[in-house]
Ligand binder design. Structure first.
Ligand SMILES: N[C@@H](CCC(=O)N[C@@H](CS)C(=O)NCC(=O)O)C(=O)O
Length: 223
């Protein structure tokens, strides 16, 4: 049985992390049985980030590697039926949400003190009390350093949102009137985009990204 280690359930989502949600949905969609292990401490994860899976004594970190792993052990192709062009667009959309929108969501959730109150309770409550303060302080500091290092954390909330807004419009334009990005069936890009947009709308203290999505009929129907 595959052991699947993720951040705990939070904000009425099965897990607080959009990357964990992505792999959770892919495992379920591919019909791969797994057992969930919740943790608030990513320090022992193979790459210091959650999620990862363990199969016997092999560990597979990172949602992209897990996608490849699922596609290797099953006959599932998450981009089945897509043209080469759509596969290219899919890859670009995945990169856009995971390497851009994600960092703005971390800034909203982990950087803004009003949200941090909720986030620290949701992510870290299961860590033993005597080390909880240290772990959550350490992880927050590290997460915000990553957001600054990536560049998003150097912008004001207004500047960040102006960029994210353009990404959201791009997603809406690709969606059009289809239920999923490339038609009637969820493909790999949907497994990345939906959890990321949902992360913005379930963020406890609403920020501009969540507000924009909630006011957009096309995006709300999609998520
Ligand atoms: N590229 C990774 C990203 C995973 C990731 O960023 N995980 C976050 C939670 S959403 C994390 O564990 N952050 C903790 C840290 O960086 O210390 C993937 O696709 O799995």
């Amino acid at each position: 049985m595959i052991k699947f280690t993720v951040y705990p359930a939070a904000f009425e989502e099965p897990t607080a992390s959009p990357f964990c949600m992505k792999s959770l949905c892919m495992l379920q969609a591919a019909g791969v049985p797994f057992e969930i292990i919740e943790t608030g401490d990513p320090r022992k994860a193979p790459k210091g980030k959650l999620l990862f899976i363990q199969v016997d004594d092999m560990e597979v970190p990172d949602s992209e590697q897990i996608r490849s792993f699922i596609e290797t052990i099953t006959d599932v192709d998450f981009d089945e039926g897509l043209s080469e062009r759509d596969r290219g667009i899919s890859r670009a959309l995945i990169r856009m949400v995971e390497e851009h929108i994600y960092f703005s969501i971390v800034a909203d959730r982990w950087g803004e003190d009003d949200n941090w109150e909720y986030v620290k309770a949701a992510f870290f409550n299961e860590i033993p009390g005597f080390i909880r303060g240290f772990v959550k302080g350490h992880i927050r500091k590290q997460a915000l350093a990553q957001v600054r290092g990536q560049g998003t954390g150097l912008h004001s909330p207004e500047e960040r949102f102006d960029r994210v807004r353009r990404d959201l419009i791009a997603i809406r334009e690709v969606l059009g009137d289809k239920p999923f990005l490339f038609g009637d069936k969820a493909t790999a890009a949907d497994f990345s985009v939906v959890p990321m947009l949902r992360a913005a709308i379930v963020t406890p203290v609403e920020k501009a990204t969540g507000r924009f999505i909630k006011q957009d009929k096309v995006l709300m129907a999609y998520v």
